[in-house]
Design a protein around this ligand. Structure first.
Ligand code: CO
Length: 137
């Protein structure tokens, strides 16, 4: 794991949340992007070397809609940057972590992403992400 790439926060109303996080962080969101396959709309804020990702459901079957229904708004996941997602998935599986999607999906912000089940990490949904234009390998 290289660093905490971002923290994902589930929100009910993206426009309101964007205004609040702009005030909090002192800078507006630099990017908004829909991930149709996941039923989410995302907005990213920079915070030093890390980011905050706001997530809003775009339909009622979205995992974000279900999350908010169950647990309310709040921290949804922590994303770690990795330089080789395939070997990291292999390693974590061998350590007993439950991988939700073994084949990396294309996520927001030009990343290949894999999620680990929150049950394997004490209630925290973990995202691994590798830059699609990764040239470290
Ligand atoms: Co994320």
């Amino acid at each position: 794991m290289k660093k905490i790439e971002h923290i994902g926060i589930a929100v009910k109303d993206m426009e309101k949340a964007k205004a609040v996080y702009k005030s909090l962080l002192g800078e507006p969101s630099y990017k908004t992007e829909a991930v149709e396959s996941e039923g989410v709309s995302t907005s990213f804020f920079k915070c030093g070397d890390s980011k905050i990702e706001l997530l809003e459901a775009t339909n009622e079957n979205s995992p974000i809609a279900k999350f908010i229904e169950k647990r309310g708004e709040g921290i949804h996941h922590i994303a770690f940057a990795v330089s080789d997602i395939d070997s990291e998935v292999k390693r974590l599986k061998s350590e007993g972590f439950r991988v939700l999607n073994e084949m990396p999906k294309i996520g927001a912000d030009n990343k290949k992403v894999v999620f680990l089940h929150p049950k394997s990490s004490h209630g925290v949904l973990v995202e691994l992400c590798e830059d699609i234009n990764n040239n470290e390998k």
